[in-house]
Design a protein around this ligand. Structure first.
Ligand SMILES: Nc1ncnc2c1ncn2[C@@H]1O[C@H](COP(=O)(O)OP(=O)(O)O)[C@@H](O)[C@H]1O
Ligand SMILES: C[C@@](O)(CCOP(=O)(O)O)CC(=O)O
Ligand SMILES: [Mg+2]
Length: 320
């Protein structure tokens, strides 16, 4: 038997970090994906391989442990947590491929988690739907990171451009939002678990300052929702710039992220901000009629990712 699944990366337009404190957020699935294939193992060992991420590990699914043969271990924790939820510990071979920059604020952890769970459900012939899958994937991210909002796993499961409300209701934007965005990413990676914990510590030390900032980020996200519905790019850009300032206040900005954010504005972006957890990773810039200029400006020192929003969420199938 061979089970296959894939799930998209995402970019957060508004509300990263504040979404962890139940404020609303807006994020969209993008056309970069993680792919997982599961087959029965011909030996008594479970193996996880990734050519794209250049790692190979032997998995001990019973004890959530692994023996790394080569590469970096980080993302394996999400896979082991997913296996522990669903798998019966029979020996399998898992192959992971991905064209999502990892640890870059584009939700590779959520895409890998959603694709792994969907492939496992297919492999074991377990019924699932998007609601249950998004929920289980969120539980995996939470278990690995300690703190996580449901945003990334929801977007990776459902696809499309999504508004997540304060009470965790998902609204899908009906607009065809092919806005001219550029994503820039640096070679310095962030770690979501660490960034989210650092924000919590800052908030605990300075509640009277940070709590109002977090609620202002929620308010800003609600204004942004109206601006997106009206396709008011100037307003969206203005709100992105304010959101970036708030993320800086939360301490998740870095020299490289600042460089990309201000380079984008210098080359004509009407709004630019960190996207994702920060501490390294990516920025997103809104640049009507200036996409090529902004991309060239960022590429002088960092990397540019050509992304398009996609309606395509998780997809999976099985061959018997
Ligand atoms: N080259 C790599 N190979 C395997 N895992 C990695 C590699 N680089 C980073 N990781 C891990 O991948 C995970 C990325 O998740 P996260 O920090 O949420 O970022 P994102 O979801 O934005 O990509 C982290 O657990 C990190 O340790
Ligand atoms: C910072 C946060 O809001 C988004 C993290 O996204 P990413 O893992 O950096 O792609 C955390 C969360 O929502 O769980
Ligand atoms: Mg992540």
């Amino acid at each position: 038997m061979r089970a296959l699944a894939s799930a998209p990366a995402k970019t957060i337009l508004f509300g990263e970090h504040s979404v962890v404190y139940d404020e609303p957020a807006i994020a969209g699935a993008v056309n970069k994906r993680a792919y997982v294939e599961i087959t029965e193992s011909k030996t008594d060992k479970s193996i996880l391989k990734s050519h794209d991420l250049n790692f190979e590990a032997e998995l001990d699914t019973k004890h959530k442990k692994y023996n790394l043969k080569r590469g970096k271990p980080g993302i394996i924790r999400y896979i082991l947590e997913a296996l522990n939820k669903v798998h019966d510990h029979s020996p399998i071979v898992m192959k992971l491929s991905s064209n999502i920059p990892i640890g870059s604020g584009l939700g590779s952890s959520a895409a890998v988690t959603v694709a792994t769970l969907a492939a496992l459900y297919r492999f074991h012939n377990i019924r699932f739907n998007k609601k249950s899958l998004a929920h289980d994937a969120h539980m995996v991210e939470q278990a690995v990171q300690g703190i996580a909002s449901p945003l990334d796993t929801l977007v990776s499961t459902y696809g499309g451009l999504v508004y997540l409300s304060r009470n965790k209701k998902v609204e899908h934007f009906k607009v065809n939002f092919n806005a001219p965005f550029v994503v820039g990413y640096t070679n310095k990676h962030g770690n979501t678990g660490k960034m989210v914990k650092d924000v919590r510590l800052l908030k605990n030390r300075n509640p009277k300052i940070i709590n109002p900032v977090i609620s202002a980020m929620g308010q800003l996200t609600n204004y942004a929702k109206q601006a997106i519905l009206k396709r008011d790019f100037n307003k969206i850009g203005e709100l992105m710039n304010i959101n970036h300032g708030f993320l800086d206040v939360l301490g998740v900005n870095t020299m490289e992220l600042s460089r990309m954010v201000y380079t984008a504005r210098e080359y004509g972006a009407i709004g630019s901000k960190i996207t994702g957890a920060g501490g390294g990773g990516s920025i997103i810039a809104l640049c009507p009629n200036r996409v090529d200029e902004v991309a060239r400006g960022i590429a002088a020192e960092d990397n540019v990712l050509k992304i398009r929003f996609t309606r395509k969420g998780v997809s999976s199938r099985v061959y018997k």
